[in-house]
Design a protein around this ligand. Structure first.
Ligand SMILES: [Zn+2]
Length: 304
């Protein structure tokens, strides 16, 4: 092939191959989204997708919120995180299980994608006991992860098993209590439940951190390993497009609204100051980034 022929051939490749590829981008395998944090590799897994309508939020009128968020409803995900540390495999939360079959419950399939079997998981760290975080713990009446110890904050368990708390809960939230108890009962019967007090370590390199407010025992988990950090914030916020610029805005599901607001304001300030990456349950997949302070409020910057 002479130079001219070579250039023509190259042009054909560029003209035809690139547009075809551009029109059909290959889906990025989940494993390639893994984030290395010292000794730990964190793999985000998408349990499903959903969105938040603005009327769920409190602290500003709807027109003002629409102006801030720029769209309605606000897109979100159900993110679960797999932590690989040496031979150990841990999960942060478990998604919906069979609770929202129309749009979620994909965790076991996504684990399969990364060659992980349910029996490989040895510990599960639960941020709080809402259905979209614990629905995946039980399958067909049995623990879905048969060898995994499930770490639940004492205060969180105490709230959801308290008769008085159930009586005082708004009527539309009362149905959550028996659901939580059913899941806890299965774990108790199989001796898989482990209680902790936020502040305690739950594994080497991983500590629990109190983030009370969204629920009375809502807990974050911090990996700190070889000078690197990643903070699993659970439901510290729900709608990024709204609550990063206005962290004072709360969501209807926050059990203690003022406490949820204070906890978010305090945590954002600290996270932005230290540039600690976060992994969030409901931000659009993969839900990982760095909180940066802006002139007003905050924004999420993608992890490089
Ligand atoms: Zn949630």
């Amino acid at each position: 092939m002479n130079t001219l022929q070579y250039l023509l051939a190259l042009m054909l490749v560029v003209l035809f191959a690139v547009p075809a590829e551009a029109a059909k981008p290959a889906p990025q395998p989940t494993a390639e989204r893994a984030v290395q944090v010292g000794n730990c590799s964190v793999v985000p897994l998408l349990d499903g997708s959903h969105s938040f309508s603005l009327n769920l939020f409190k602290g500003a009128d709807e027109a003002a919120m629409l102006k801030i968020a720029g769209t309605q409803p606000i897109p979100g995900s159900f993110n679960v995180f797999l932590i690989k540390r040496g031979k150990d495999r841990f999960l942060v939360d478990t998604g919906n299980g069979t609770l929202r079959p129309d749009r979620a419950g994909q965790l076991l399939l996504r684990l399969q994608d990364v060659n992980t079997a349910p029996a490989d998981i040895s510990k599960i760290f639960i941020t709080h006991l809402h259905g979209d975080h614990i629905g995946g713990l039980v399958k067909d009446g049995k623990p879905a992860f048969p060898k995994a110890k499930v770490y639940v904050a004492k205060a969180e368990y105490g709230y959801w098993t308290d008769e008085e708390a159930m009586r005082q809960a708004p009527e539309n939230r009362r149905g959550l209590f028996p659901l939580v108890r059913d899941v806890m009962l299965v774990l108790e019967q199989h001796k898989l439940l482990v209680f902790f007090t936020p502040g305690e370590a739950v594994a080497p390199d991983i500590a629990s951190v109190a983030l009370f407010g969204h629920t009375p025992g809502h807990t974050g988990f911090m990996i700190a390993s070889k000078g690197k950090k990643l903070f699993f914030i659970g439901d510290l916020l729900h709608a990024g497009a709204l609550q990063f610029p206005r962290p004072d805005i709360t969501v209807d599901f926050d059990v203690d609204q003022p406490q949820a607001r204070e906890t978010r304001l305090r945590a954002f300030k600290q996270l932005a100051k230290e540039a600690t990456p976060i992994a969030a349950a409901h931000l659009p997949f993969p839900g990982i980034g760095i909180v940066r302070a802006e002139k007003d409020g905050y924004k999420l910057e993608a992890l490089k």
